[in-house]
Design a protein around this ligand. Structure first.
Ligand SMILES: N[C@@H](CCOP(=O)(O)O)C(=O)O
Length: 435
């Protein structure tokens, strides 16, 4: 089983190499050479399978040639040990709640699966240094997923003052093998510095650097599982036409859905919904992909000006703009619209959404209205609203209860090293620490 780079200038690699390297030397993205179609027998039994059974079947089809079934089963069952319910919020609109994991965001699926897969591939005595850029949720999930994993050190870069208080507590209070770097810049700066580190041969070989961002293919495999599981839940309700609306920043989550679709999951349409950082919705409208410096919004985890997974998104459609736009529509919303809809939905239904989820809700609602489709609209709820308590609570005029597993970290002491948004400063810092 081989993986190739979307730029096709780097050599093909094995799954272990792709997972450990994260990024090919040509600065493309690794892609699975083959994404197999699942047999019709799988879809027939899908509504009767548990989430873990679905996840195993999908993982086995994708990487079962490399990871033996018994090992893969352990990885899947250990990583995917929390539910992802599709909750009916309004007639034909369902919230796919992806926030029931330990850090209350969908990134838990990717980080937990990836840490266990890396653990499986890591030989005795081998060490890895995971470098990750975050606008809030990835860093928290990676910190939790890799905390105290032997042989693995984690360094998280986050933009100073641009993540929520709870996200910052989740990122910076772990200690042990997890360190946090508070960067004087934006998420784009963090992402640029991290990518530069991977392409710096001297550094990446000295530290055996790897990535836990969605540029790493092992993040996207588990992010396809919950699309199948959502479909299974809707099928049980007699619905077999589905539209998924994915709130997007780096577009790894959408690519997880596109992988599921390539494997045969029937999806009427994907809606890619963003905040004012609407680089991809603009591309979908005009055919022009023009990264721009990100702007700060209430949905900070999606404040991305140069979405990493764009090349994968188009690669999955043979780089044909016509084909991409046949399957994906773009939507984008302002902070003002986010505030209004969080309040309206809470008043009308009692359902409380985080700002990212609110964008997905609007995307699904508007697509169904504009297209006249009778499909079930599934909006991906990527984070629990309590992670954005300081934003959501004043909007709805009510307190949001902090779940017990979060309470404990809220008062912990922050530990973060402050660095300028400068690659040489990062390199010097990394060179001075050892695994
Ligand atoms: N939204 C992210 C930004 C990093 O995205 P990733 O999916 O590439 O890890 C975050 O919350 O950190």
């Amino acid at each position: 089983m081989k993986l190739y780079s979307t730029k096709r200038e780097a050599a093909e690699v094995t799954l272990k190499e792709a997972v450990f390297k994260g990024l090919p030397e040509d600065n493309g993205l690794y892609m699975l050479e083959q994404i197999p179609a699942l047999p019709s027998s799988f879809f027939d039994k899908l509504p009767n399978l548990s989430f873990q059974e679905i996840a195993f079947e999908v993982a086995n089809a994708l990487i079962g040639r490399v990871v033996p079934a018994d090992e893969l089963k352990v990885i899947v069952e250990d990583a995917i040990n929390f539910p992802a319910p599709a909750v009916k919020v309004e007639e034909n609109l369902y919230s796919l709640e992806l926030f029931h994991g330990p850090t209350l965001a969908f990134k838990d699926f990717g980080a937990r699966f990836m840490s266990r897969l890396m653990g499986y591939f890591l030989s005795e005595g081998e060490t890895l240094h995971i470098l990750v850029a975050t606008s809030g949720d990835t860093g928290s999930a990676v910190a939790q997923g890799f905390f105290n994993v032997p042989g693995i050190k984690v360094t998280i870069l986050y933009p100073k003052g641009k993540v929520s208080h709870i996200q910052e507590q989740q990122l910076t209070t772990n200690g042990g093998n997890v360190e946090a770097l508070e960067i004087d810049g934006t998420f784009d700066d963090c992402q640029r510095m991290v990518k530069q580190a991977f392409l710096d041969k001297e550094l990446s070989e000295a530290l055996n650097l790897s990535s836990a961002n969605s540029i790493n293919i092992s993040r996207l495999i588990p992010q396809s599982f919950y699309y199948f599981n959502a479909y299974a839940q809707l099928k049980k309700e007699g619905k077999d036409k589905v539209v998924f609306c994915v709130p997007s920043g780096n577009f790894g989550n959408l690519c997880g859905g596109l992988i599921a679709h390539t494997m045969g999951l029937p999806v009427e349409k994907f809606v890619a919904a963003t905040n004012d950082n609407h680089i991809v919705p603009t591309y979908l409208e005009t055919g022009k992909f023009e990264p721009k410096p990100s702007v700060s919004t209430l949905s900070n985890a999606m404040d991305v000006g140069n979405p990493s997974n764009f090349p994968r998104m188009t690669e999955l459609f043979g780089n044909s703009y016509e084909s991409v736009t046949e399957h994906i529509v773009g939507k984008h919303y302002s902070d003002e619209e986010v505030k209004v809809v969080i309040n309206e939905v809470q008043k009308a239904t009692g359902y409380v959404m985080c700002p990212h989820t609110a964008i997905a809700y609007m995307g699904a609602r508007d697509y169904l209205k504009e297209s006249g489709s009778d499909a079930a609209g599934v909006f991906l709820s990527t984070a629990h609203p309590v992670k954005f308590h300081d934003i959501v609570s004043p909007i709805i005029g009510e307190e949001i209860d902090i779940p017990a597993r979060l309470k404990e970290i809220v008062d912990r002491e922050k530990q973060a090293v402050n660095l300028p948004a400068d690659y040489e400063a990062l390199k010097a810092h990394l060179m001075s620490v050892t695994v």
